[in-house]
Write a protein that binds this ligand. Sequence first.
Ligand SMILES: *Cc1c(COP(=O)(O)O)cnc(C)c1O
Length: 452
Amino acid sequence: MLEACIDQLEQAADRPWQPVPQDLQDRYTIGQSGATGGDLVGRIERDVLPHHGGNIHPRFWGWVQGTGLASDLIAGMAGAVINGNLGGRDHGAVRMERAVIDWTRQKMGMAEGASGVLVTGTSQATVIAFQAARVKVLDGVRHKGQGATRLVAYAGAGVHNATRKAVELLGIGGDNLRMVPLKDGCMDVDALRTMVAEDKAAGALPFLLVGTAGSVDLGLFDDLNALADAAADEGLWLHVDGAFGAWTRIAEAPYRSLSDGIGRAHSIALDFHKWMYVGYDCGMVLISDEAVHRAAFAARPAYLEGADRGLAGGDPWFCDYGIDLSRGNRALKIWCALEMNGEAAFAEAITDNCRMAALMGETVEAQADMALGMVPVSNVCVFTARNDLEPEAQSALNSEIAQSLQESGAAVFSTTRIDGVMMLRAAITNHRTRAADISAAIEEVARLARAG
Ligand SMILES: *Cc1c(COP(=O)(O)O)cnc(C)c1O
């Protein structure tokens, strides 16, 4: 199995996504075969390893997906035999998670006294952060519920859907998430202040401001210092969705400054499984005030009571900082990744991904009929393959090109709409991408665009 796994990594460039065979699901018979370990490895080589989602390939730039690391294999083996449950108690994995959280807190520039927890991803981190904000602003909400109070949250137009889902889930109501218009790609803070004043006058309770570090569509960043100032003036909790963009904190100039001010947030949601390339799933929430974080989730029924010594010691327990009681060992993947490669390698890869997006932008502009949807700001490049066609024809062509490239295994772009035109979109969170991959992919787009 180990040999096959190493081959898979070494041959990532020769193993793009491929359409799923019709009979694959039927091949996954369950509980019938009594296969030996050897049989099982054979079946995994045939029915599992070839049918991946493509995101380990050097020309995969669809959506925003991480590419996985060789260190995940090491962490996966060690993690499997320990079978850690990190809900609490006193063992090494818990200490490692604390170390990983503290490292991340420092990278984000958040002051000491913050807390955090590893979670499935930014979606779950967002729910945890918003619940902490809600518990802080509404006394007794954990027991009495929200009552007639109308809480209102604010986010820039283009905020990720994870924010809307969290607002809905917590009973705040999607209509109470106000979309603030953007100005030059950032939340318009004057418009925000006007909306907050209107909502206060209407008897609502504005409580939460959501900033974006790296918008999913275009890789845009709010001016987080301006948002922190506005949040302080208006008494709002500032949350930053930094799913991938938070990691510009460790990039080189000019990309690092995109996330300036992120450490002033009350909470940050970020992923390791996107732009830190660590295997799925792996995200984190950081909350600047440990007491507030704990007050939002702590609850110990009798069977979970802690102790001064022994295995039930080791307070605080992670189950008091989030939704999950039983929790897997995500910290080990992060620790292995950073120990094996060093922080500098991540800084370089993240910076290089931004440079690759810029290079893709230049390559697109050098083609006669291609055009950028927007000049890349960070690691996202959006473009149309033919700007000499009507909008509808452009959309149809771009969509067709995306699908053809995926099916041929040449490259994976996803799509997004700018001013109603469906465009090709590359979000480069891929440490295997090189300049030659960019030029080859754009050449292929050009060839398909000419073929029409
Ligand atoms: C991916 C993403 C999310 C959701 O994160 P998950 O890890 O998929 O739950 C939220 N916000 C942004 C900006 C994202 O790119």
